[in-house]
Write a protein that binds this ligand. Structure first.
Ligand SMILES: [Zn+2]
Length: 182
C-alpha cells in the first residue's frame, strides 16, 4: 500500500485490531521512507446494485435514512435503528455474495422492522411493496396478526430449549436473519 504522504510504494503494518463487531480490521501502518503513520480499514466488500444499473457500497446509514421516515412519531430510538441496520447488513452478508440487489435490502429490512414496530413496518411495507388499496393494508395486517398469534402459540413450547445451543450474542442475529428470509 502506497504511503498517502510521500507516495512511497511500501508501508509496514505496526498494529492490527479487529473491530468490536468483527466486521472490519484496522491496521496502523508506518511508511519506511518518511516515517509517518496512517490507518487502513479492511472490510469484506458488499455492494448494492440499484435498479438504474448503478452499483454502490452497502451503507448502514442509508438503511437508517430509509427507515427513519416510517418511524416518525413511533417509540423507536436511534439505537434501535442502528441495531436494525446492523441486522440488515448481517442478513445480506450471510448470503455470501459480494453484491446484492436493492430490493433485497428492502426485504432484509422488513423482518427486523416488524419486530421493532408494527406500525412503522406497515408504513415502510406500504411504500416498499407499493400498496395501492385498503385491501393491501388489510391483507398485510391479517398476516401480521396471524404471525403474531403463531408466535404467541410457539413461545410457550419453545421457551425451554431455545437458547441452549447458541450463545446470546449470535442468537439475536440468527433470529433476525430467519425472519427476513421468511
Ligand atoms: Zn511516506
Amino acid at each position: 500500500m502506497h504511503c498517502p504522504f510521500c507516495r512511497h510504494a511500501d508501508s509496514r503494518v505496526i498494529d492490527s485490531r479487529t473491530s468490536d463487531d468483527g466486521s472490519s480490521i484496522r491496521r496502523r501502518r508506518q511508511c519506511p521512507a518518511c516515517q509517518r503513520r496512517f490507518t487502513t480499514i479492511e472490510t469484506a466488500s458488499l455492494s448494492v446494485a440499484k435498479r438504474s444499473g448503478v452499483t454502490e457500497p452497502f451503507s448502514r446509514d442509508k438503511v437508517v435514512a430509509g427507515v427513519r421516515k416510517a418511524c416518525q412519531g413511533r417509540p423507536v430510538s436511534s439505537d434501535d435503528l442502528a441495531l436494525l441496520a446492523q441486522k440488515v447488513e448481517e442478513t445480506l452478508r450471510a448470503s455470501g455474495r459480494p453484491e446484492v440487489e436493492a430490493n433485497e435490502v428492502g426485504l432484509a429490512i422488513l423482518g427486523p422492522l416488524r419486530e421493532l414496530d408494527e406500525v412503522a413496518y406497515l408504513r415502510f411495507a406500504s411504500v416498499y411493496q407499493s400498496f395501492e388499496s385498503l385491501e393491501d393494508f388489510e391483507s398485510a395486517i391479517v398476516s401480521l396478526r396471524a404471525e403474531r398469534e403463531a408466535r404467541d402459540d410457539g413461545e410457550s413450547s419453545a421457551d425451554d430449549g431455545g437458547s441452549s445451543d447458541r450463545d446470546g450474542a449470535t442468537s439475536g442475529a440468527t433470529a433476525a436473519g430467519r425472519d427476513a428470509a421468511r
